[in-house]
Write a protein that binds this ligand. Structure first.
Ligand code: PHE
Length: 458
């Protein structure tokens, strides 16, 4: 049964394909919308002073994110293969050096590293979903809620349990295949995600803290912005659009060759940005209404938010809705973080998709254990400066590897692939849009990445 499906799916192209463009749009949005939008965006806005940071982030999305997104999807679609082969095959077709494939490998490594800590945080969401369903925090005061999270981080076994459950879910879906697994799950889960988010925002508009939250997100005060904040905004624009590691490239490779990519890329970026802003508009009003700190960092969703919910009408219901939303968002992204690695190893080794998925999942799971131990038994282990293992994984991937990958992808797409008219046609960027994309992806994006990275790292 499975075999016949696969052969049918691959009959025309020799490679898996999405059912249609609408499905691609949903899975790509599913990849983009994740913990980055709902957990990370609100807390980094909080840590970096609000409106000015939001503005810089939006500029990064427009100036860097969208052009790189177009490049990434277009490269995948032209090559119809995993990120490493995409780089090397296109390089050969353009008579360029095959060292470009190194950027594919950077993506594969990023995938392993990102998924390992991503799954740990997704595990926290699972625990909080359970907590809200069982109403465990009922009657707790602010200190007790804070202690609950501190205790969670201090217990490796609980963290391990949820990290394992989340990895198992991710791998089980991915193992079923591009259509039967990824496509099927995401086409029903994304609409649910949007509905829940809209309900949460509507609920937040009824609270007295809403207008304060609105000003906090949209009133710009540059005095609060730091150089570090600008690097964080850039790194986050890559992370949130799933750029720089081949996730969008591999999803693009399952598109039909004649699909135009510019409009689709804009739609993905707009949806992703809207979700991040809506998440901010759903979370900050609760925090402000209850008079809590907006700059509480990664614990914003796990201490401040539950505290606010416990004191608001229908808190349990909205708590369940919120953490379920977080779970769906995390799962649809996790699947896409796994996909480049999965398709690469599978195409290289010819092992079955199922076996490969479980094999890679196990390695990611092991790295994830070191990330979760960073909160307890291994809290003294520092990798990068003062950073523990978890923070180091996050920092290296988000602020270094993804921008580096994005840099390579955009330069390669503009200065290598689109130089040759035969391969340029394959990219699927229409003549009218080509000049502006060329300038934005080939000149502006690399310069912005270079300048920000230089300032941020030196
Ligand atoms: N975009 C996802 C998020 O915002 C994370 C992600 C990063 C997914 C890199 C794929 C690749 O949570």
């Amino acid at each position: 049964m499975k075999k016949s499906f696969n052969t049918e799916e691959q009959k025309t192209t020799g490679h898996s394909q999405w059912s249609n463009r609408g499905v691609f749009l949903l899975v790509a949005i599913g990849s983009a919308v994740g913990l980055g939008n709902i957990w990370k965006f609100p807390y980094i806005v909080g840590e970096n002073g609000g409106g000015a940071f939001v503005l810089v982030y939006l500029l990064c999305i427009v100036l860097v994110g969208v052009p790189v997104l177009i490049a990434e999807i277009a490269l995948g679609k032209s090559a119809q293969s995993n990120p490493v082969s995409a780089f090397s095959n296109l390089a050969v077709a353009c008579k360029a050096n095959r060292f470009w494939a190194l950027f594919g490998y950077v993506g594969i490594i990023s995938g392993f590293l990102i998924l390992s800590f991503y799954s740990v945080v997704a595990g926290w969401s699972l625990e909080y979903l359970r907590v809200f369903i069982q109403n465990d925090l009922l009657g707790s005061d602010a200190r007790a809620v804070e202690q609950y999270f501190t205790q969670l981080l201090a217990s490796p076994n609980t963290l391990l349990l949820w990290h394992s459950v989340f990895m198992l879910l991710t791998v089980a879906i991915a193992a079923r295949g591009v259509r039967k697994g990824i496509e099927k799950i995401i086409t029903w889960s994304m609409p649910i995600l949007f509905v829940i988010l809209v309900i949460l925002v509507l609920y937040a508009t009824q609270l007295e803290g809403f207008s304060k939250a609105f000003d906090y997100l949209f009133v710009v005060d540059f005095s609060k912005l730091t150089t570090d904040g600008v690097l964080i905004a850039l790194g986050h624009s890559f992370f949130t659009l799933s750029l720089g590691m081949g996730a969008m490239m591999v999803y693009g490779s399952y598109l039909q060759k004649d699909t135009p990519v510019v409009k689709l890329s804009f739609m993905i970026a707009i949806a992703d940005t809207l979700v991040a802003l809506m998440a901010g508009l759903a979370i900050f009003p609760l925090i402000f209404t209850y008079g809590l700190q907006s700059a509480s960092g990664p614990s914003l969703l796990f201490i401040s938010l539950p505290n606010a919910l416990l004191n608001l009408p229908f808190g349990q219901f909205f708590g369940i809705a919120f953490f379920f939303l977080l779970l769906i968002a995390a799962l649809s992204s996790a699947i896409s973080i796994l996909e480049p690695v999965l398709s690469f190893v599978q195409q290289k080794t010819r092992l079955s998709r199922r076996f490969t998925a479980y094999l890679i999942g196990s390695i990611v799971w092991l790295i994830g254990i070191s990330a979760l131990l960073a909160f307890n038994n291994w809290s003294d282990v520092h990798l990068l400066g003062e950073r523990n293992i978890f923070d180091s994984l996050d920092y290296v991937t988000t602020n270094i590897l993804l921008p580096l990958g994005g840099f390579g992808i955009s330069i390669f797409a503009v200065w290598v692939v689109s130089k040759q008219s035969s391969t340029r046609k394959l990219l699927g960027i229409s003549d009218s849009k080509y000049p502006i994309w060329r300038i934005s992806a080939g000149i502006i994006a690399p310069i912005v990445i270079g300048v920000i990275a230089w300032n941020g790292l030196s």
